[in-house]
Write a protein that binds this ligand. Structure first.
Ligand code: UT7
Length: 346
Protein backbone atom coordinates (compact mmCIF):
# COMPACT_ATOMS: atom_id res chain seq x y z
CA UNK A 1 0.00 0.00 0.00
CA UNK A 2 2.95 2.35 0.46
CA UNK A 3 4.44 1.81 -2.99
CA UNK A 4 4.18 5.17 -4.68
CA UNK A 5 5.50 5.54 -8.20
CA UNK A 6 5.77 8.39 -10.70
CA UNK A 7 7.66 11.65 -10.72
CA UNK A 8 6.97 13.86 -7.70
CA UNK A 9 7.60 17.14 -9.42
CA UNK A 10 7.78 16.62 -13.19
CA UNK A 11 8.54 20.16 -14.28
CA UNK A 12 8.99 23.01 -11.86
CA UNK A 13 6.85 25.97 -12.74
CA UNK A 14 5.06 24.21 -15.64
CA UNK A 15 1.63 22.60 -15.84
CA UNK A 16 1.46 19.23 -14.11
CA UNK A 17 0.55 16.48 -16.56
CA UNK A 18 0.79 13.42 -14.31
CA UNK A 19 0.47 12.45 -10.67
CA UNK A 20 2.10 10.01 -8.31
CA UNK A 21 0.34 6.69 -8.10
CA UNK A 22 0.33 3.78 -5.75
CA UNK A 23 0.96 0.24 -6.87
CA UNK A 24 -0.14 -2.83 -4.99
CA UNK A 25 0.87 -6.46 -4.65
CA UNK A 26 0.56 -9.06 -7.40
CA UNK A 27 -2.55 -10.50 -5.84
CA UNK A 28 -5.08 -10.47 -3.05
CA UNK A 29 -6.42 -13.27 -0.90
CA UNK A 30 -9.16 -14.09 1.57
CA UNK A 31 -7.43 -14.37 4.95
CA UNK A 32 -10.40 -15.35 7.09
CA UNK A 33 -14.16 -15.86 7.03
CA UNK A 34 -16.82 -15.56 9.74
CA UNK A 35 -20.58 -15.59 10.02
CA UNK A 36 -23.45 -15.07 12.39
CA UNK A 37 -26.82 -16.79 12.31
CA UNK A 38 -29.58 -15.56 14.62
CA UNK A 39 -30.68 -17.79 17.52
CA UNK A 40 -34.32 -18.27 16.67
CA UNK A 41 -35.09 -21.27 14.46
CA UNK A 42 -38.32 -21.18 12.46
CA UNK A 43 -39.31 -24.59 11.12
CA UNK A 44 -41.42 -25.12 8.02
CA UNK A 45 -44.27 -26.20 10.28
CA UNK A 46 -44.12 -22.91 12.17
CA UNK A 47 -43.89 -21.06 8.84
CA UNK A 48 -47.06 -22.79 7.71
CA UNK A 49 -49.00 -21.22 10.56
CA UNK A 50 -48.46 -17.93 8.68
CA UNK A 51 -48.91 -19.02 5.04
CA UNK A 52 -50.95 -21.62 3.19
CA UNK A 53 -48.19 -24.14 2.47
CA UNK A 54 -46.69 -27.37 3.80
CA UNK A 55 -43.38 -28.70 5.06
CA UNK A 56 -43.37 -31.17 2.15
CA UNK A 57 -43.94 -28.48 -0.51
CA UNK A 58 -41.24 -26.18 0.87
CA UNK A 59 -38.69 -29.00 1.15
CA UNK A 60 -39.43 -30.36 -2.32
CA UNK A 61 -39.49 -27.00 -4.10
CA UNK A 62 -36.52 -25.38 -2.35
CA UNK A 63 -34.64 -27.78 -0.03
CA UNK A 64 -35.36 -25.55 2.99
CA UNK A 65 -36.18 -27.31 6.28
CA UNK A 66 -35.78 -24.33 8.59
CA UNK A 67 -34.51 -20.76 8.69
CA UNK A 68 -33.33 -18.35 11.40
CA UNK A 69 -35.00 -15.04 12.19
CA UNK A 70 -33.28 -12.24 14.10
CA UNK A 71 -34.67 -11.29 17.50
CA UNK A 72 -34.86 -7.92 19.23
CA UNK A 73 -31.22 -8.03 20.33
CA UNK A 74 -29.95 -9.10 16.90
CA UNK A 75 -29.96 -5.92 14.83
CA UNK A 76 -28.33 -5.80 11.41
CA UNK A 77 -25.34 -4.00 12.98
CA UNK A 78 -25.05 -6.57 15.79
CA UNK A 79 -25.09 -9.46 13.32
CA UNK A 80 -22.46 -7.74 11.17
CA UNK A 81 -20.25 -7.06 14.18
CA UNK A 82 -20.40 -10.68 15.35
CA UNK A 83 -19.63 -12.08 11.88
CA UNK A 84 -16.79 -9.56 11.46
CA UNK A 85 -15.15 -10.43 14.77
CA UNK A 86 -15.16 -14.10 13.78
CA UNK A 87 -13.64 -13.30 10.39
CA UNK A 88 -10.92 -11.17 12.02
CA UNK A 89 -10.14 -13.97 14.45
CA UNK A 90 -9.98 -16.56 11.65
CA UNK A 91 -7.70 -14.23 9.64
CA UNK A 92 -5.59 -13.40 12.72
CA UNK A 93 -5.88 -9.74 11.76
CA UNK A 94 -6.51 -6.99 14.33
CA UNK A 95 -9.40 -4.58 13.76
CA UNK A 96 -6.81 -1.77 13.79
CA UNK A 97 -5.20 -3.26 10.65
CA UNK A 98 -8.41 -2.85 8.64
CA UNK A 99 -8.18 0.30 6.51
CA UNK A 100 -11.28 -0.26 4.35
CA UNK A 101 -14.73 -1.67 5.07
CA UNK A 102 -17.13 -2.62 2.28
CA UNK A 103 -20.60 -3.62 3.45
CA UNK A 104 -23.11 -5.22 1.14
CA UNK A 105 -26.72 -5.13 2.29
CA UNK A 106 -30.20 -4.28 1.05
CA UNK A 107 -31.75 -4.12 4.50
CA UNK A 108 -30.04 -1.15 6.18
CA UNK A 109 -33.14 0.97 6.56
CA UNK A 110 -31.49 4.32 7.24
CA UNK A 111 -30.77 6.23 4.07
CA UNK A 112 -27.76 7.91 5.68
CA UNK A 113 -25.23 7.41 7.13
CA UNK A 114 -24.21 4.10 5.60
CA UNK A 115 -23.89 1.24 8.08
CA UNK A 116 -20.22 0.56 7.21
CA UNK A 117 -18.80 3.53 9.20
CA UNK A 118 -20.97 2.54 12.18
CA UNK A 119 -19.59 -0.98 11.93
CA UNK A 120 -16.06 0.42 11.84
CA UNK A 121 -16.73 2.34 15.06
CA UNK A 122 -18.24 -0.75 16.73
CA UNK A 123 -15.24 -2.89 15.75
CA UNK A 124 -12.57 -0.40 16.79
CA UNK A 125 -11.46 0.82 13.37
CA UNK A 126 -13.40 4.11 13.23
CA UNK A 127 -11.08 5.80 10.73
CA UNK A 128 -11.16 3.06 8.09
CA UNK A 129 -12.69 4.10 4.76
CA UNK A 130 -16.17 2.62 4.91
CA UNK A 131 -19.07 2.43 2.49
CA UNK A 132 -22.11 0.33 1.57
CA UNK A 133 -23.00 -1.30 -1.73
CA UNK A 134 -26.35 -2.69 -2.84
CA UNK A 135 -26.08 -5.83 -4.95
CA UNK A 136 -28.67 -8.06 -3.27
CA UNK A 137 -27.83 -11.77 -3.33
CA UNK A 138 -24.65 -11.18 -5.38
CA UNK A 139 -23.47 -8.70 -2.75
CA UNK A 140 -20.63 -10.76 -1.31
CA UNK A 141 -19.12 -11.41 -4.76
CA UNK A 142 -19.48 -7.73 -5.75
CA UNK A 143 -17.74 -6.69 -2.52
CA UNK A 144 -15.05 -9.32 -3.01
CA UNK A 145 -14.35 -8.02 -6.53
CA UNK A 146 -13.97 -4.51 -5.13
CA UNK A 147 -11.72 -5.63 -2.28
CA UNK A 148 -9.53 -7.59 -4.70
CA UNK A 149 -9.20 -4.55 -6.96
CA UNK A 150 -8.54 -2.12 -4.09
CA UNK A 151 -5.77 -4.29 -2.65
CA UNK A 152 -4.09 -4.97 -6.00
CA UNK A 153 -4.27 -1.27 -6.91
CA UNK A 154 -2.56 -0.34 -3.65
CA UNK A 155 -5.61 1.65 -2.53
CA UNK A 156 -6.20 -0.60 0.49
CA UNK A 157 -4.12 -2.88 2.69
CA UNK A 158 -6.64 -5.03 4.55
CA UNK A 159 -10.30 -4.85 3.58
CA UNK A 160 -13.15 -6.16 5.71
CA UNK A 161 -16.07 -7.18 3.52
CA UNK A 162 -19.38 -7.82 5.22
CA UNK A 163 -22.47 -9.20 3.52
CA UNK A 164 -25.51 -9.23 5.75
CA UNK A 165 -29.26 -8.97 5.51
CA UNK A 166 -32.19 -8.97 7.88
CA UNK A 167 -34.74 -9.82 5.23
CA UNK A 168 -37.51 -10.36 7.77
CA UNK A 169 -37.68 -6.55 8.19
CA UNK A 170 -38.78 -6.26 4.55
CA UNK A 171 -40.73 -9.49 4.11
CA UNK A 172 -44.49 -9.79 4.39
CA UNK A 173 -44.53 -12.91 6.56
CA UNK A 174 -48.01 -13.76 5.28
CA UNK A 175 -46.97 -13.68 1.59
CA UNK A 176 -46.73 -17.30 0.41
CA UNK A 177 -44.52 -16.33 -2.55
CA UNK A 178 -41.65 -15.03 -0.39
CA UNK A 179 -42.12 -15.67 3.34
CA UNK A 180 -40.89 -19.29 3.42
CA UNK A 181 -37.72 -18.41 1.46
CA UNK A 182 -36.25 -15.35 3.13
CA UNK A 183 -34.29 -15.26 6.38
CA UNK A 184 -31.61 -13.38 8.33
CA UNK A 185 -27.84 -13.74 8.67
CA UNK A 186 -24.42 -12.15 8.29
CA UNK A 187 -21.14 -13.20 6.71
CA UNK A 188 -17.75 -11.49 6.61
CA UNK A 189 -14.30 -11.96 5.16
CA UNK A 190 -10.93 -10.26 5.55
CA UNK A 191 -9.10 -9.64 2.27
CA UNK A 192 -5.39 -8.77 2.23
CA UNK A 193 -2.31 -8.75 0.01
CA UNK A 194 -0.80 -11.86 -1.55
CA UNK A 195 2.31 -12.59 -3.62
CA UNK A 196 0.12 -14.49 -6.06
CA UNK A 197 -3.54 -14.00 -7.05
CA UNK A 198 -5.80 -16.13 -4.83
CA UNK A 199 -8.98 -14.32 -5.88
CA UNK A 200 -9.68 -14.94 -9.56
CA UNK A 201 -11.11 -12.47 -12.07
CA UNK A 202 -14.73 -11.59 -11.47
CA UNK A 203 -17.41 -12.29 -14.07
CA UNK A 204 -20.28 -9.96 -13.30
CA UNK A 205 -23.17 -8.20 -14.86
CA UNK A 206 -26.76 -7.11 -14.58
CA UNK A 207 -30.04 -7.26 -16.45
CA UNK A 208 -31.88 -4.12 -15.41
CA UNK A 209 -34.69 -4.86 -17.86
CA UNK A 210 -35.77 -7.51 -15.36
CA UNK A 211 -35.45 -5.08 -12.45
CA UNK A 212 -39.09 -5.58 -11.54
CA UNK A 213 -39.05 -9.34 -10.93
CA UNK A 214 -37.61 -8.89 -7.43
CA UNK A 215 -38.50 -5.45 -6.14
CA UNK A 216 -40.10 -3.45 -3.35
CA UNK A 217 -43.87 -3.00 -3.33
CA UNK A 218 -43.33 0.79 -3.16
CA UNK A 219 -40.55 3.35 -2.69
CA UNK A 220 -39.91 4.82 0.79
CA UNK A 221 -41.56 8.14 -0.01
CA UNK A 222 -44.80 6.43 -1.03
CA UNK A 223 -44.63 4.15 2.01
CA UNK A 224 -44.16 7.18 4.28
CA UNK A 225 -46.98 9.14 2.66
CA UNK A 226 -49.49 6.29 2.59
CA UNK A 227 -48.46 4.56 5.82
CA UNK A 228 -48.44 1.24 3.95
CA UNK A 229 -45.15 -0.61 4.64
CA UNK A 230 -43.02 -1.50 1.63
CA UNK A 231 -42.09 -5.19 1.33
CA UNK A 232 -40.17 -7.38 -1.11
CA UNK A 233 -42.16 -8.87 -3.97
CA UNK A 234 -40.84 -11.59 -6.28
CA UNK A 235 -41.94 -13.31 -9.46
CA UNK A 236 -40.29 -16.54 -8.43
CA UNK A 237 -40.84 -18.46 -11.66
CA UNK A 238 -39.13 -15.73 -13.77
CA UNK A 239 -36.16 -15.56 -11.41
CA UNK A 240 -35.93 -19.33 -11.44
CA UNK A 241 -35.86 -19.43 -15.26
CA UNK A 242 -33.19 -16.70 -15.45
CA UNK A 243 -31.03 -18.37 -12.80
CA UNK A 244 -31.17 -21.80 -14.43
CA UNK A 245 -30.24 -20.46 -17.87
CA UNK A 246 -28.07 -17.33 -17.63
CA UNK A 247 -26.31 -18.10 -14.37
CA UNK A 248 -25.26 -21.62 -15.29
CA UNK A 249 -23.39 -20.11 -18.27
CA UNK A 250 -21.83 -17.48 -16.02
CA UNK A 251 -20.47 -20.22 -13.76
CA UNK A 252 -18.71 -21.82 -16.73
CA UNK A 253 -17.29 -18.43 -17.80
CA UNK A 254 -15.87 -17.91 -14.31
CA UNK A 255 -13.96 -21.17 -14.58
CA UNK A 256 -12.74 -20.26 -18.08
CA UNK A 257 -11.40 -16.79 -17.19
CA UNK A 258 -9.71 -18.19 -14.08
CA UNK A 259 -7.94 -20.93 -16.03
CA UNK A 260 -9.41 -23.50 -13.65
CA UNK A 261 -10.91 -26.77 -14.88
CA UNK A 262 -13.84 -28.45 -13.15
CA UNK A 263 -11.45 -31.22 -12.06
CA UNK A 264 -9.37 -28.75 -10.07
CA UNK A 265 -12.28 -27.51 -7.97
CA UNK A 266 -12.76 -28.64 -4.38
CA UNK A 267 -15.93 -26.70 -3.66
CA UNK A 268 -18.89 -25.23 -5.50
CA UNK A 269 -20.64 -22.61 -3.40
CA UNK A 270 -23.58 -21.04 -5.25
CA UNK A 271 -25.96 -18.52 -3.69
CA UNK A 272 -28.32 -20.50 -1.49
CA UNK A 273 -31.57 -19.58 -3.24
CA UNK A 274 -33.05 -22.96 -4.08
CA UNK A 275 -31.51 -26.46 -4.28
CA UNK A 276 -33.30 -26.98 -7.58
CA UNK A 277 -31.37 -24.02 -9.05
CA UNK A 278 -28.15 -25.57 -7.71
CA UNK A 279 -29.10 -28.93 -9.28
CA UNK A 280 -29.71 -27.25 -12.62
CA UNK A 281 -26.31 -25.54 -12.53
CA UNK A 282 -24.65 -28.84 -11.71
CA UNK A 283 -26.21 -30.49 -14.76
CA UNK A 284 -24.74 -27.70 -16.88
CA UNK A 285 -21.28 -27.66 -15.29
CA UNK A 286 -20.75 -31.42 -15.00
CA UNK A 287 -18.47 -31.21 -11.96
CA UNK A 288 -16.71 -34.37 -10.78
CA UNK A 289 -18.20 -36.16 -7.77
CA UNK A 290 -15.20 -35.08 -5.68
CA UNK A 291 -16.46 -31.46 -5.66
CA UNK A 292 -18.33 -30.63 -2.48
CA UNK A 293 -21.48 -28.66 -3.28
CA UNK A 294 -22.81 -26.29 -0.60
CA UNK A 295 -26.44 -26.94 0.31
CA UNK A 296 -26.62 -24.99 3.53
CA UNK A 297 -29.99 -23.57 2.47
CA UNK A 298 -31.57 -26.51 4.30
CA UNK A 299 -30.78 -24.83 7.64
CA UNK A 300 -30.58 -21.17 6.61
CA UNK A 301 -33.23 -20.34 4.02
CA UNK A 302 -32.27 -17.62 1.56
CA UNK A 303 -30.24 -15.02 3.48
CA UNK A 304 -29.42 -12.86 0.44
CA UNK A 305 -25.89 -11.37 0.39
CA UNK A 306 -24.74 -13.38 3.40
CA UNK A 307 -25.59 -16.82 2.01
CA UNK A 308 -22.19 -17.58 0.44
CA UNK A 309 -19.89 -16.44 3.29
CA UNK A 310 -22.24 -18.18 5.75
CA UNK A 311 -21.95 -21.37 3.70
CA UNK A 312 -18.13 -21.10 3.61
CA UNK A 313 -18.00 -20.60 7.38
CA UNK A 314 -20.36 -23.52 8.00
CA UNK A 315 -18.19 -25.79 5.84
CA UNK A 316 -15.09 -24.71 7.79
CA UNK A 317 -16.82 -25.61 11.05
CA UNK A 318 -17.90 -29.01 9.77
CA UNK A 319 -14.29 -29.75 8.74
CA UNK A 320 -15.18 -29.87 5.04
CA UNK A 321 -12.65 -27.26 3.88
CA UNK A 322 -8.98 -28.24 3.77
CA UNK A 323 -6.35 -25.46 3.58
CA UNK A 324 -5.89 -23.96 0.10
CA UNK A 325 -9.17 -25.38 -1.17
CA UNK A 326 -10.26 -24.02 -4.56
CA UNK A 327 -13.87 -22.83 -4.58
CA UNK A 328 -16.23 -21.53 -7.26
CA UNK A 329 -18.57 -18.82 -5.91
CA UNK A 330 -21.65 -17.61 -7.81
CA UNK A 331 -24.12 -15.03 -6.51
CA UNK A 332 -27.29 -13.81 -8.24
CA UNK A 333 -30.38 -11.87 -7.29
CA UNK A 334 -32.44 -8.68 -7.41
CA UNK A 335 -31.44 -6.27 -10.10
CA UNK A 336 -31.14 -8.71 -11.69
CA UNK A 337 -27.43 -8.91 -10.86
CA UNK A 338 -24.84 -11.65 -10.77
CA UNK A 339 -21.15 -12.08 -9.96
CA UNK A 340 -18.77 -15.00 -9.53
CA UNK A 341 -15.13 -15.78 -8.86
CA UNK A 342 -12.87 -18.72 -8.21
CA UNK A 343 -11.02 -18.28 -4.91
CA UNK A 344 -8.34 -20.24 -3.09
CA UNK A 345 -9.54 -20.28 0.50
CA UNK A 346 -7.23 -19.94 3.52
O1 UT7 B 1 -32.28 -14.90 -3.89
C1 UT7 B 1 -32.83 -14.16 -4.93
C2 UT7 B 1 -33.14 -15.02 -6.04
N1 UT7 B 1 -34.40 -15.69 -5.79
C3 UT7 B 1 -34.56 -16.90 -6.27
O2 UT7 B 1 -33.63 -17.46 -6.81
C4 UT7 B 1 -35.92 -17.53 -6.20
C5 UT7 B 1 -36.16 -18.31 -7.46
N2 UT7 B 1 -37.50 -18.93 -7.52
C6 UT7 B 1 -37.79 -20.03 -6.79
O3 UT7 B 1 -36.97 -20.50 -6.03
C7 UT7 B 1 -39.14 -20.68 -7.03
O4 UT7 B 1 -39.78 -20.03 -8.09
C8 UT7 B 1 -40.06 -20.68 -5.79
C9 UT7 B 1 -39.50 -21.59 -4.73
C10 UT7 B 1 -40.20 -19.25 -5.24
C11 UT7 B 1 -41.44 -21.18 -6.16
O5 UT7 B 1 -41.32 -22.49 -6.71
P1 UT7 B 1 -41.97 -22.84 -8.13
O6 UT7 B 1 -41.70 -24.27 -8.37
O7 UT7 B 1 -41.44 -21.86 -9.12
O8 UT7 B 1 -43.49 -22.61 -7.84
P2 UT7 B 1 -44.55 -21.84 -8.74
O9 UT7 B 1 -44.55 -20.41 -8.43
O10 UT7 B 1 -44.37 -22.24 -10.18
O11 UT7 B 1 -45.91 -22.50 -8.25
C12 UT7 B 1 -46.18 -23.89 -8.45
C13 UT7 B 1 -47.41 -24.26 -7.66
C14 UT7 B 1 -48.60 -23.36 -7.94
O12 UT7 B 1 -49.77 -24.15 -7.86
P3 UT7 B 1 -50.50 -24.68 -9.21
O13 UT7 B 1 -50.81 -23.46 -9.99
O14 UT7 B 1 -49.49 -25.55 -9.88
O15 UT7 B 1 -51.67 -25.41 -8.68
C15 UT7 B 1 -48.58 -22.38 -6.79
O16 UT7 B 1 -49.85 -21.86 -6.50
O17 UT7 B 1 -47.14 -24.15 -6.25
C16 UT7 B 1 -48.10 -23.26 -5.66
N3 UT7 B 1 -47.41 -22.52 -4.61
C17 UT7 B 1 -47.33 -22.95 -3.35
N4 UT7 B 1 -47.78 -24.06 -2.74
C18 UT7 B 1 -47.49 -24.21 -1.44
C19 UT7 B 1 -46.76 -21.34 -4.72
N5 UT7 B 1 -46.25 -20.99 -3.53
C20 UT7 B 1 -46.58 -21.97 -2.67
C21 UT7 B 1 -46.31 -22.18 -1.30
N6 UT7 B 1 -46.78 -23.33 -0.75
N7 UT7 B 1 -45.60 -21.30 -0.57
Amino acid sequence: MDNVTGVANPQSGGARRSLLRRSGPAGAQILGVGSYQPERVVTNDEMCTMIDSSDEWIRQRTGIAERHWAGEDESLLTMMERASRRALEHAQVEASQIDTIVVSTVTWLKQTPAIAPLLGAALGCPTAAAYDISAACAGFEYALAQADGLVRAGAAGHVLIVAADKLTDLTDLTDRSTAFLFADGAGAAVVGPSDVPRIGPVVWGADGEQGDVITMSSDWLTAMRTGVPSTITMEGRKVFRWATTTIADVAQKVLDVSGVSADELDLFIPHQANNRITDSMLRHLTLPDSVLVARTIERTGNTSASSIPMAIDTLYHSGDIRPDATALLIGFGAGLVYAGQVVILP
